[in-house]
Design a protein around this ligand. Structure first.
Ligand code: FES
Ligand code: FES
Length: 182
């Protein structure tokens, strides 16, 4: 511990080793945003409810706003900034873009990190499983339908398959535009 009250911790952030001085009370979200400039880590509720600050710690999605940085000394941390391969979007990012899985985008980094983890553990999800997987992340904008579409599209792309926006939706849930009055 230095005179400033900070101690150095070592993290592997998006594949790069970083040594950063933190206070014992420093939140991981603050360290990522303020000290490492990773402002794709969004701070929403800042008390563990909304999921906007979700990152992956040693592969598992976690809320960075309720994680103390000193707790994870020596760990790897992945944020939304590490998803794309240069200018090539990650398939999950591309699916959100193609399926309009975002509007204001505030929840999106956390959603993307949660969904990438989910699809690694369940590459062939049902829509219901996709809904459950993102129940930990709140979106104020989309009504979730397009986000679920995005998850299903991403799953298909990661399996190398074609995907249709209506795949997996029970017929009773499909809208018939010819019967809509407005
Ligand atoms: S900002 Fe972390 S859960 Fe809301
Ligand atoms: S796109 Fe606006 S909060 Fe989700």
């Amino acid at each position: 511990m230095s005179q400033s009250g900070k101690q150095n911790i070592t993290l592997v952030v998006n594949g790069t080793k970083r040594v950063v001085g933190v206070e014992s009370r420093s939140l991981l979200s603050d360290v990522l945003r303020r000290d490492l400039g990773l402002v794709g880590v969004h701070a929403g509720c800042e008390h563990g409810v909304c999921g906007a600050c979700t990152v992956r710690i040693d592969g598992k999605s976690a809320r960075s706003c309720i994680t103390l940085a000193v707790q994870i000394d020596g760990s790897s941390v992945d944020t939304v900034e590490g998803l794309a391969d240069g200018t090539k979007l990650h398939p999950v990012q591309e699916a959100f873009w193609r399926c309009n899985g975002l509007q204001c985008g505030f929840c999106t980094p956390g959603m993307l990190m949660r969904v990438t983890e989910f699809l690694e553990t369940n590459p062939t999800p049902t829509r219901e499983e996709a809904r459950e997987a993102i129940a930990s992340n709140l979106c104020r904008c989309t009504g979730y339908q397009h986000i679920i579409d995005s998850v299903m599209e991403a799953a298909a792309r990661l399996r190398g398959e074609e995907w249709s926006a209506t795949a997996g939706i029970p017929a009773a849930e499909l809208r018939d535009p010819t019967k809509e009055t407005r």
